[in-house]
Design a protein around this ligand. Structure first.
Ligand SMILES: O=C(O)C(=O)C[C@H](O)[C@H](O)COP(=O)(O)O
Length: 207
């Protein structure tokens, strides 16, 4: 259960940082730096063995709204929610995962890249989607072409987006936020650097 709607999660900041965290010891430093920099919605990808513990740790940080990314199936959805995830993101939309997320009443951003993906989501009652992988799926021209007929859908493009390219995406009315990993660079964790990158991302204007 989450007290936020998916729209509210997307409106927290212009950027949802996509996090791949290997060491649970780094979780608090990363989350505090991102929240201090103005990015409260944190997507912890289930790509590392530490991910569920990282969600638990980060959830203790005041102001953080911690979600799970790379959620592939209902079992992972359950595990993420048990760890405290308040929203979930997936690279693609399957019927089992979509139904489970709707039944669990948790904000869900399924990855979509085609009209068929988005229409299947709409049939399930979903209204907000990740556009993934954004740059290699045709970039903004592709999403504009999809959003024209599917005009009620709202998007969080993710995949290949940078601080420099984000403003062009965010200027579109059908785009609520973007996702990106650039805010937390790979390598040793530097809280001051992360906070600085978060501040720049949080200051991006939205359309
Ligand atoms: O697996 C998921 O659910 C994901 O969220 C994948 C991420 O969207 C991308 O890995 C982020 O892409 P970059 O910003 O280009 O690094």
């Amino acid at each position: 259960m989450s007290e936020l709607t998916v729209e509210q999660v997307m409106e927290l900041a212009p950027v949802i940082p996509v996090l791949v965290v290997d060491r649970v010891e780094d979780a608090l430093t990363i989350a505090r730096a991102l929240v201090a920099g103005g990015l409260p919605a944190l997507e912890v990808t289930l790509r590392t063995p530490a991910a569920l513990d990282v969600i638990r740790e980060m959830s203790q940080v005041e102001g953080a709204v911690v979600g799970a990314g790379t959620v592939l199936n209902p079992d992972q959805l359950d595990a993420a929610m048990a760890a405290g995830a308040r929203f979930v993101v997936s690279p693609g939309l399957t019927e089992p995962l979509g139904k489970a997320a709707i039944a669990a009443n948790i904000p869900f951003l399924p990855g979509t890249a085609t009209a068929g993906d988005i229409m299947r989501g709409m049939d399930m009652g979903l209204t907000h989607f990740k556009f993934f992988p954004a740059e290699t799926s045709g970039g903004l021209p592709a999403l504009k072409a999809l959003a024209a007929p599917l005009h009620t859908a709202r998007f969080c493009p993710t995949g290949g987006i940078t601080l420099e390219s984000a403003p062009t995406w965010l200027a579109q009315p059908f785009i609520k936020c973007v996702g990106g990993s650039w805010v937390v660079p790979k390598g040793p964790v530097d809280g001051a650097k992360i906070e600085q990158l978060a501040r720049a991302a949080a200051a991006l204007p939205r359309g």
